[in-house]
Design a protein. Sequence first.
Lengths: 407, 407
Amino acid sequence: MGSLPVESSVPSVKGFSVAGVHAGLKTDNALDMTLITSEQPCTAAGMFTTNLMKAAPVRLDMERLEHTQGGYRAVIINTKCANACTGEHGLANARQMAQQTADTLGCDADQVFVMSTGVIGTHLPMDKIEHGISLAAKALGQDWTAAAHGILTTDTRPKMASIQVKTAKGEYTVTGIAKGAGMIAPNMATMLSVIVTDAAITPDQANHYLLASAETTFNRIVVDGDMSTNDTLLLLANGASGVTITPELDSQFCDALHRVSMALAQAIVRDGEGATKFITLHVTGAENESQARQIGNAIATSPLVKTAFYGGDANWGRIIAAAGRSGVNFDVQRVKLWIAAGESFENGLLLFENEIPTAYAESDASAIMALPSVYVKLQVGAGQGEATLYTCDLSHNYVSINGHYRS
Amino acid sequence: MGSLPVESSVPSVKGFSVAGVHAGLKTDNALDMTLITSEQPCTAAGMFTTNLMKAAPVRLDMERLEHTQGGYRAVIINTKCANACTGEHGLANARQMAQQTADTLGCDADQVFVMSTGVIGTHLPMDKIEHGISLAAKALGQDWTAAAHGILTTDTRPKMASIQVKTAKGEYTVTGIAKGAGMIAPNMATMLSVIVTDAAITPDQANHYLLASAETTFNRIVVDGDMSTNDTLLLLANGASGVTITPELDSQFCDALHRVSMALAQAIVRDGEGATKFITLHVTGAENESQARQIGNAIATSPLVKTAFYGGDANWGRIIAAAGRSGVNFDVQRVKLWIAAGESFENGLLLFENEIPTAYAESDASAIMALPSVYVKLQVGAGQGEATLYTCDLSHNYVSINGHYRS
């Protein structure tokens, strides 16, 4: 599966219209609200933060997925205010945001999803939200770039990916936008993503495809290991292309969704707060995938590992020690560790095996560690379990961004 | 229980002699090896890193505790080289280090514990180690300050604590030294501590007392959440005071050991890498202590929480969100969060309850957060489980220290 680039513009998706507008939430005239609509009702699936402290829009969207009949018509997204830790009043505001969107579009409120990102513990400025909904409805068109901009917080660039798939029954498109681990001071890093397609899929298919795709993409990225109150990933399918995903088209669709998801997920890491390095972390030889992932997670969240990458230091001791405290049992005598330049294992440099470092040349290791992308492979045994995670380093700038006082 | 100060010098402990010497491991003439000896054989107990990648000295000391008959006579400690990830050769070097110490002191090698801290993956320079052992044996005396200096890596100050306890049967002393979360680039933060007493206790008592004491002291400190390959805590008791800890003296001894342990553990956090703030984190109302600790650990290891403290930001949303992703289930409607100045809950400022922030004055919160010590109390329900953790912030300097390239 080839890698999909993150685009600076993407083609339209049949039946969908989008807008990114400045509602006045941000003070610098930047786009701060996004509306995504579909002429036809969509099937949908969603994945949400597992944090107990779920923001009001998350609770609303989970309710929508459970109860709405007749398909979905829109997603309305605001920045600058996460509408989290806002109690019943916050939930009422989220409902009102959906209702106003529905009224403007001429659909039912339960056909509208809501996403918010920004400061925790403050209420939505409903006058600006209402103004933004009105502006967005008038601006609806095919400007996905504006839509991708309208959901950003401290992200440094928009994140879009798209793929057009030719089938015997015609062509369909899968397009997604995401925002990543940017912060609105003083808030959580929040991941939001909406992926739409003009293929026709059932709700069961949507759920199945989204879970499978996210498992190895959005669920394998680590910036700082914290988990937002607002993380939301939605998949909407309106069937406007005329292509129905039948069993024989199933794997092709999964592949397309996976590629869009991977491009967006990796873009989030590449644009992680203060990130200077993109690290692919491949753990193999574990007893099962879950254990491989647990080991990978211990490494990817280790401040010592992350600062070593920032310093360009081939500090394999920290990687191995992080694996050793992951809670997964493995045979230390079987541990092997390689690093390689870029995003694949080609020409991997073996640093450690048989419980001791190899006789590698420090200059070879340093040359790899100096690169903006480093591939790390850790083999912990002879098992079949493996997992690949994507992470970034921990820099001075991360501390600056997140230590900055609210203002 | 009053808090015990960390001393700049401590009284002698009967029967124990110590030395801190410059063996040439450090390049700047700083003390780099420490020897602690007892005239009489000691009972001992130890606690070690649970990391799978245990350093050679850790493996040796665990073996000692299991097999040695006839009591312990010495602890020999070196800096600059962790003797970790060094395979069989490393284990042989640790054994040789013990043997040389035993030969010099005139005891058996299995009566000698070994500790190492420093770079992972390099072998001990045995010529310098042997030289240091010889120097230390000649320098043996009562200079605990030198002994406390001889185990430091990037710690900025020595860590000593001592308490003298009067009983009807006479007086005994408990004295400890520790090194903390300093790093020798490019190595793990390593915690080493030796606590000695001239009271007489059985091996079973030693084990019981040490485990109980460490549970709420050394096991409740978080600097960066990483766990070293070398972490070691030893308790040695030689009985030279003539005071035997009988059941009626039991609780007094536990109290003394706990106070010494707490002083050393907190000193490690206060001198954490780049730390600018000391944070006491009290989690209450959980179903049990284990869950309270799990919630506390999620908060204390959260980079977002730690950078907010560094920035002096009363960012309660990050604390609550970290609790929410801890994996412990609790009722979000019962969550309450306070902060207070200093190291106790007096005049706590309630920031959050009933799922929403209180109407606290931001200036009051900021004034507390600007202090070098902040007390955080999080109540997650009505359960009896509680735990207090001690942690520090995540600063630019932490990144500088740990991102620095090996040289």
